[in-house]
Ligand binder design. Structure first.
Ligand code: ZN
Length: 90
């Protein structure tokens, strides 16, 4: 597993957050990718279905045909964002 590290400033609100963070907008709302990243991390937890691996997640995402692959973003988080949280892309 490769935990993703969160920077507290990425989740705040304000102009610089809106400009530089992939996780939040300047209004302080989470973006699709932010929510996808949280969901990705939650799926690793042992308390969630025993903890899913990356191959488990990719198999499930492949099965429903979700594309991803935004440059510089975690592919699984990006795919979960497109599938589950399509409303707030950035
Ligand atoms: Zn992971």
């Amino acid at each position: 597993m490769d935990p993703q590290f969160f920077r507290k400033g990425d989740w705040g609100s304000g102009f610089s957050t809106g400009l530089f963070s992939p996780y939040a907008t300047s209004g302080g709302s989470a973006t699709s990718y932010g929510l996808g990243t949280l969901t990705h991390e939650l799926l690793h937890k042992k308390s969630v279905g025993g903890g899913f691996s990356h191959s488990d997640m990719n198999a499930a995402l492949d099965a429903v045909g979700v594309a991803g692959g935004t440059l510089g973003r975690n592919d699984i988080s990006d795919r979960i964002a497109r599938l589950c949280f399509p409303g707030s892309s950035k």
